[in-house]
Write a protein that binds this ligand. Sequence first.
Ligand code: SF4
Ligand code: SF4
Length: 135
Amino acid sequence: MAPAPKPSSKIVVPCIRCGACCRWEGQVKTTDAEISRIARFLNLSEEAFIATCTVLRQDRTGLAIRMLADGTCIFLDDKNECKIHAVKPAQCKGYPLKWRNPSSEHLCHAVKVLVEEGVLPPSEYEPPPAGKLFK
Ligand code: SF4
Ligand code: SF4
């Protein structure tokens, strides 16, 4: 994973809302507090939310948001908006300034621009297969 940039509230992320970061591989981890908050937001009991919207993390250390079979987060709507934007997990809020994947520069327009502007360091990794590149 690429090193995190210096935190700054002044950085504007040039996100084009393509939704790619809500579709690619990797689990969205949720904490107990986030589970309570999201369940309340959805007007569900925590038990119902856990049963219907979460899965055990691959490393078995807690829960993650459920994904569709193709890897899309269940909370991504058909306009590439997050249905739980107001209460989404910290992992989602932190992307791409607090963390990103090695290939984010090639898959995410926002990271590509921030690297070109020198805000983020360039990836040290090779681009992923051409079919997966950001267009
Ligand atoms: S992949 Fe990048 S540009 Fe696309 S929605 Fe996510 S942050 Fe925005
Ligand atoms: S919770 Fe929202 S922001 Fe996070 S991956 Fe799902 S749709 Fe995207």
